[in-house]
Design a protein around this ligand. Structure first.
Ligand SMILES: [Fe+2]
Length: 337
């Protein structure tokens, strides 16, 4: 009996309906809108579906998009991130992610369900700091990659910031893929990896919340297997889908081989600063990113100062690798030709 060929989404086409007030921050990743552009206006524009779809496409292509001096309310933030996925073909069962510990900041703490308070709770030295790595590169991650259906989009709006410090960095998984040799790209495309949320611990006698934004994001073991090379359904581009915080094991390799390969790939991301963008927040700044094709890392360099914001994460599709998809580099070259 013939094996059915899987069908994959067709990349979406940008229809250029957004205000032309944005510019690229680096060639690889990051675009910033001028402060006069309010993202809230997209929710009330006359062609909201087109605008929101175009915003999602821009975010997926550029990895992360920044706005400053925003008036977006928390309710609008939830609506916007939900619609970014809805307008770009995410599964119907997917919705806003609920943190395993309930309302919380992303490393554990207090907050409202689906809106995570980003705070400085985990900032600064502790008595144990001598015995822990102090490398800032250790916390590169893609939000909730330990879920069977991880995140498509996320929005963070910062409310309170230290005078200086607390920047966030984003890295392009597309460019990380493009920097690998064709032989390595081919090899990695045959592999899957296990992502584990082992930094989260249910309270004694308590349980993790479930389901968490999708019926298959359930269970008390925060763990999922995903392809190492992931195709983004919105752009159709390939990216390297591993992150130091959650990716623990390449399933098809021995433990030693997996450890060495992951170590190389984490270093590959951390050492290539030209695939990153660093954003200096101001109160009211807002970032929208595509978790499928970027990683990010906060900078804990501001001591006991207050750094506080609201983050909402939506859940997308089950990660897949489409062998007919292109690298970002190849896709942009085709466009120019
Ligand atoms: Fe995060």
């Amino acid at each position: 009996m013939p094996i059915a060929t899987p069908t994959f989404p067709v990349p979406l086409v940008f229809s250029d309906s957004l205000p032309k007030t944005y510019s690229a921050l680096t060639p690889a990743i990051g675009t910033e809108f001028a402060p006069e552009t309010q993202v809230s206006s997209l929710l009330s524009s006359s062609a909201p579906s087109t605008s929101i779809r175009d915003l999602a496409i821009l975010v997926s292509q550029r990895g992360v998009v920044f706005f400053r001096e925003q008036d977006l309310t928390t309710a609008e933030q939830r609506e916007l991130v939900d619609r970014l996925g809805k307008e770009t073909g995410r599964p119907e069962e997917s919705g806003l992610h609920v943190h395993p510990l309930g309302g919380t900041n992303e490393l554990g703490g207090g907050g409202k369900e689906e809106v995570f308070k980003i705070t400085a709770e985990f900032n600064g030295a502790s008595e144990d700091s001598f015995n822990r790595s102090t490398r800032a590169s250790n916390i590169w991650h893609s939000d909730i990659s330990f879920e069977n259906y991880p995140s498509d989009y996320a929005i963070l709006k910062m409310n309170t910031l230290p005078k200086v410090g607390g920047d966030t960095l984003w890295a392009s998984a597309y460019t990380a893929y493009d920097r690998l040799s064709p032989a390595m790209q081919n090899f990695l495309s045959t592999l899957t990896a296990t992502h584990v949320g082992d930094t989260f611990h249910a309270p004694p006698g308590g349980k993790f919340k479930e389901p968490r934004g999708h019926p298959e994001n359930n269970g008390q073991h925060l763990s999922a297997s995903h392809p190492l090379i992931r195709t983004n359904p919105v752009t159709g581009w390939r990216g390297l889908y591993v992150n130091k915080f959650f990716t623990k094991r390449i399933n098809e390799l021995s433990v030693d081989e997996s450890d060495h390969m992951l170590s190389y790939l984490f270093e590959h991301i951390a050492q290539n600063h030209d695939l990153t963008v660093r954003f200096r927040w101001q109160p009211g700044s807002l970032a929208i990113w595509d978790n499928r094709s970027t990683l990010h890392s906060a900078t804990n360099d501001y001591g006991s100062a207050t750094r506080e914001g609201d983050r909402v994460v939506s859940v997308g599709e089950k990660p897949y690798y489409d062998p007919t998809s292109l690298s970002r580099e190849a896709a942009l070259r085709v466009k120019q030709d």
